[in-house]
Ligand binder design. Structure first.
Ligand SMILES: [Zn+2]
Length: 607
């Protein structure tokens, strides 16, 4: 029996805190100044926790602001510091809380904790007042998210005061968006290399998807907006507008972007080049599927409430009905977002296309809930189709053709040593649902880029995994040339509870290779190939998700796909060069690295 004292001293699981659900400009609209809770972890002043570290250095004024101690009794007793535009300590609290929320959303969907440990830094660093400027960005080399602040437009400040100071670190969407860039970079480090027109757009679109959906978990705001739009979420409302204060303060006269910006139109996917705009096509597809799911979830409620007619009377919704609709909206948002994040385990390691993302979405979701109870999967397929997004190399858009092909049954199981690591992690997994998770262990020498990779794998197990991949290059569609070193990335296990209540365990590993012979010609980006392996708990390989480098070993159809990738990379480089007014001013050195620089700039900035 547990002693009484142990029971009494157990720390609470959650920490209450306060944030703006939208931003300070939205003021006191219901549901904007809210209290939320985040995972409770011991904090030092900063806040500095296990994976996040807020550093309040003002880059423009070259000074530090005093750091908040959220474990201070006085602050704890108020459930966090009160909302304040002028108190830097509230800014620190809000950045920490929203970043924690975003991270927890990923942890929950993926069934594991994403590590932010790198060789140089133990945690991701967040700088709430990093610089003077109307932007915010994630920077891999700094291992940090940097938020700017600026003065609102003097002539067109929108609902702000002319010249008022605007803090990007007080916008929920900007924090969640930039935090998502950091998380995605841990999951797929080569998605910051602009190897085709979709790659950076995917980073941007996905970051907006997370920021927008996260808002649906704020009950007070949700209930108020459901009432405002009379239950019809497709009508424009504050939930689906991204970065309102930022957009207005920079003189746009409206929010920066929104979930409803892009009506379905296949020519946009063909013709849109700028990563944020192209990303909006992805956002609109995902939201389309979400709206359909929500509609399907509430149809019966509307029928009951209207005696079967389906037509709601004018005027306010009955509070009971509004509350039920809000609950369904929040559940639909949560499950759609989880589906979007889970797809990551089924993505190739390099060179993503929107069509690959659709295939990953469908496969991951099919594995977890084959029945598709609310039709979300079918709605996703339809939403991508009407936007002209078709995956390469599939014969139809039927669910069974979109699911990634299963691996050749002749492929040997993953090595036993690795499976032992898995068992260790599994024994720690019980603790996962509380606060502890498998701790990330030392990085290996088998990748050129350990620094940015999320994984939990001992050195020894890494070696075994690397040997296994080398011994099975042909079956894994890796290039046979021994000069093309195989890198091991992102090995991890995932635990998920399916819709039927079953615990599913998976092992995922990524292998990548680079052909650097033509990097200079390609603006600094090599040709990369790679394969994601999804295996069952016994090591049996189930899916191979491959983007091979062209080689004589491949079957004709796979070789054709590989050659198409090379062509696309070249086309995209030409497209970028044509649009870049600086092209004729670059030095030879700059020219040879131009795609690397463009990738960093275009994808990482918020606006
Ligand atoms: Zn961005």
């Amino acid at each position: 029996m547990e002693t009484k004292s142990t029971f009494v001293t157990d720390p609470p699981q959650r920490r209450p805190t306060k944030i703006y659900a939208i931003d300070p400009m939205m003021g006191r609209i219901p549901g904007n100044r809210i209290g939320i809770d985040v995972l409770n972890e011991p904090l030092e002043a900063g806040p500095v926790g296990e994976r996040l570290e807020v550093i309040d250095y003002d880059g423009a004024h070259k000074r530090f602001y005093p750091a908040v101690n959220l474990d201070d009794h006085a602050i704890l007793m108020q459930g966090g510091l009160d909302h304040s535009e002028s108190d830097p300590r509230f800014h620190q609290q809000m950045v920490y809380a929203v970043a924690m929320r975003t991270m927890e959303t990923f942890d929950r969907a993926l069934g594991r904790k994403i590590s932010f440990r790198s060789r140089k830094y133990p945690r991701l660093r967040l700088f709430p007042h990093a610089f003077h400027g109307a932007n915010a960005f994630y920077d891999r080399s700094l291992h940090a998210v940097c938020f700017g602040y600026f003065r609102a437009d003097e002539n067109e400040p929108g609902a702000n005061l002319p010249g008022q100071t605007i803090f990007t670190c007080l916008s929920h969407d900007i924090i969640a968006h930039e935090m998502t860039h950091a998380l995605v970079d841990r999951l797929r480090r080569y998605f910051l290399e602009a190897s085709n027109i979709d790659v950076l757009a995917f980073h941007e679109g996905f970051a907006d998807v997370v920021a927008l959906f996260q808002r649906f978990s704020f009950q007070e705001l949700l209930a108020d907006q459901i009432q405002t739009v009379h239950g019809n979420l497709r009508e424009k409302n504050d939930l689906v507008k991204l970065a309102q204060q930022f957009g207005q303060a920079t003189g746009m006269g409206r929010e920066l972007r929104g979930a409803l910006d892009v009506p379905p139109n296949p020519t946009m996917y063909r013709d849109t080049f700028e990563p944020h705009q192209r990303g909006s096509i992805l956002v609109s597809a995902v939201f389309d599927a979400f709206f359909r799911t929500y509609q399907r979830r509430i149809n019966y409620l509307i029928r009951i409430a209207t005696g079967g007619t389906g037509r709601l009377p004018d005027g306010d919704l009955l509070p009971d009905l509004a509350a039920r609709l809000a609950r369904e909206a929040s559940r639909a948002a949560e499950s759609t977002l989880a589906m979007c994040i889970r797809a990551f385990d089924y993505l190739p390691p390099v060179d993503i296309r929107f069509g690959d993302y659709l295939r990953a979405l469908v496969t991951a979701d099919y594995e977890l809930s084959p029945a598709d109870e609310y039709g979300t999967r079918a709605a996703m397929i339809e939403a991508f189709r009407v936007r002209g997004i078709y995956p390469d190399g599939v014969i139809s858009l039927a669910e069974e053709s979109l699911i990634w092909p299963t691996a050749d049954p002749g492929l040997p199981n993953l090595p036993m040593e690795m499976m032992e690591t898995l068992r260790e992690i599994m024994s720690a997994a019980n603790a996962f649902s509380r606060t502890k998770a498998p701790s990330p262990t030392s990085a290996t020498k088998f990748s050129e880029s350990d620094e940015g990779t999320d994984r939990d794998l001992s050195h020894e197990a890494s070696v075994k995994l690397w040997e296994w991949a080398n011994a099975n290059r042909a079956a894994l569609m890796l290039h046979p040339d021994p000069n093309m070193k195989v890198e091991v990335h992102g090995f991890h296990t995932a635990f998920r509870v399916s819709s039927t209540g079953q615990l599913l365990t998976e092992v995922v590993a990524q292998f990548a290779q680079a052909d650097r012979s033509s990097s200079e010609k390609r603006g600094g980006i090599p040709l990369r190939g790679g394969t994601t392996v999804v295996a069952a708990a016994d090591g049996k390989v189930r899916y191979l998700i491959a983007k091979p480098l062209p080689s004589a070993n491949l079957t004709d159809s796979v070789k054709k796909q590989a050659e198409l990738r090379v062509q696309r990379q070249e086309e995209y480089l030409r497209l970028f060069d044509q649009a870049d007014p600086m092209m004729s001013h670059f030095s030879a050195e700059e020219l040879s690295k131009r795609m690397l620089r463009r990738g960093n700039f275009a994808a990482l900035h918020f606006g």
